[in-house]
Design a protein around this ligand. Structure first.
Ligand SMILES: [Zn+2]
Length: 102
């Protein structure tokens, strides 16, 4: 875990830049400093999918445990998504090359 570092120029991205790039679904990311194309490593993509899966499980367990009403569950789902989006930049590691999928 740590800040997102561009493998080309070695610059650390600000949290906001990493956050915005985490929201973009395409795998290719552009370094805000040197405009180089960067790709999340296979390992970090794996970690971010584990993170989404864990968030989804926690969501299900809590909704089930507290028998949440639909409206509350939707608000809670938004909250879980937000937390996931905030934590996601912490697990991203970049590489200059695009790695094969698995
Ligand atoms: Zn860069």
């Amino acid at each position: 875990m740590g800040v997102v570092i561009c493998k080309k120029c070695g610059d650390a991205w600000t949290f906001r830049q990493a956050f915005v790039s985490g929201l973009m679904l395409q795998r290719k990311k552009i370094c805000p400093q040197c405009r180089a194309r960067q790709y999340p490593t296979r390992k970090s993509r794996h970690r971010s999918s584990m993170l989404s899966f864990a968030a989804f499980l926690v969501f299900l367990i809590i909704v089930e445990t507290f028998q949440m009403r639909l409206a509350y569950s939707l608000v809670f789902a938004g909250f879980v998504l937000l937390v996931t989006a905030v934590v996601n930049p912490l697990v991203i590691q970049l590489s200059n090359e695009e790695e094969s999928h698995w």
